[in-house]
Design a protein around this ligand. Structure first.
Ligand code: AHG
Ligand code: MN
Ligand code: MN
Length: 331
């Protein structure tokens, strides 16, 4: 009989690896993900497709499902007594836990619905979360400006043919598959490990002409295959949802990249540091992979703004090292 998420969290608690508040928070995330999954699965039947008619603080059109997932997330975690505050891609500012609930010791930052452009085409999407210790005092945007290495837990839920919750509490990475027949998450991978080498890369190739020279050179060399300087043939994938790309890297290896590009030169990248790059970098490192912005370890970056963006290169060690060399050489 596979281990249920409840059992697993209980065991982590018994071993002293997590406390009661963290256990309850992870359980709450699992539960709310079932609610998001239900909406996602219904699609047009649930009236959840299309635009919400609003923009988020980053100037992106919000989809109905972005807004709905955000509401489900906030409602799903705020009562737990595990949190002091929340921050989300879909909320302009940090949200302290309402006075009607007990204040807990953690902060959660989340991307309620990752891969929004996939919603209406019935392609993979997900929810990403990052948990850290809350500082004392009032919770503001500044409270969330904690380097990723201080995360106590991080993970994602992927809604695709299977719904899978992947997380780490800093002791490796585990995956649980949702069984809709029983409504339970069951342990299906207890030691996620990313191979050091890979022959698979993921990047939005349509932006090639906009990238910085070292990244362009690196990808051009990948494309040269066995005849080029790297000397092997690569395969390519692009799902357009970071959750799905990272899930692929964690299950069969690879490298995922979202570099800076000159379409909006003032932006260091597209992905957000606090609720996309940091949690995924935490999972990557916990699974033996690497994550960098090209020059620095993602987890060591000092966040300066709640919705700060960052370039991301994440995955197989050997390949991430190679990108770093291309960047280094160009200095
Ligand atoms: P979100 O839907 O939360 O805004 O994130 C989308 C991100 C990320 O998940 C994905 O890797 C990337 O945007 C896709 O970008 P392209 O539109 O360039 O494919
Ligand atoms: Mn996202
Ligand atoms: Mn999102």
């Amino acid at each position: 009989m596979p281990v249920t998420l409840n059992q697993y969290l209980f065991e982590l608690k018994q071993k002293g690896l997590i406390d009661h508040q963290l256990s309850r928070l992870l359980d709450a995330v699992a539960n709310l993900s079932k609610e998001i999954r239900e909406k996602v699965t219904l699609g047009a039947l649930g009236g959840v497709l299309g635009l919400a008619g609003t923009e988020n603080v980053q100037g992106e059109d919000q989809k109905k499902l972005d807004v709905l997932s955000n509401e489900i997330f906030v409602k799903g975690v705020q009562w737990t007594g595990s949190l002091a505050g929340m921050a989300s891609e879909e909320m302009d500012h940090a949200l302290p836990v309402s006075k009607e609930y007990p204040r807990g010791k953690y902060l959660i930052a989340f991307d309620p619905l990752d891969g929004s452009s996939n919603i209406d085409i019935n392609a993979p999407i997900g929810t990403i979360f990052s948990i850290s210790k809350a500082p004392e005092g009032e919770i503001t945007d500044e409270s969330f400006l904690i380097p990723g290495r201080e995360q106590v837990a991080a993970g994602y839920v992927m809604y695709s043919p299977q719904t899978i919750m992947t997380f780490s509490v800093g002791k490796g990475v585990v995956m649980f598959t949702f069984n809709p027949a029983t409504g339970q998450y069951l342990l299906t991978n207890e030691k996620v490990s990313v191979p050091v080498s890979t022959a698979e890369f993921a990047i939005n190739m349509s932006n090639l002409r906009h990238w910085a020279t070292p990244v362009r050179n690196y990808v051009r060399d990948l494309l040269k295959g066995a005849d080029g300087p790297i000397g092997k043939n690569y395969n390519m994938r692009w799902v357009a949802a970071m959750v799905a790309e990272v899930h692929r890297v964690l299950t069969r290896g690879g490298i995922f990249m979202y570099p800076w590009d000159n379409r909006q030169p003032e932006r260091p990248g597209k992905l957000r540091l606090l609720y996309e790059a940091n949690p995924m970098a935490f999972l990557s490192e916990q699974a033996g992979a690497q994550a960098t912005n090209g020059t620095q370890r993602i987890l060591d970056l000092q966040p300066e703004k709640l919705h700060q963006r960052v370039a991301v290169f994440l995955g197989a060690k050997e390949e991430v090292e190679r990108v770093k060399q291309y960047v280094e050489k160009a200095k």
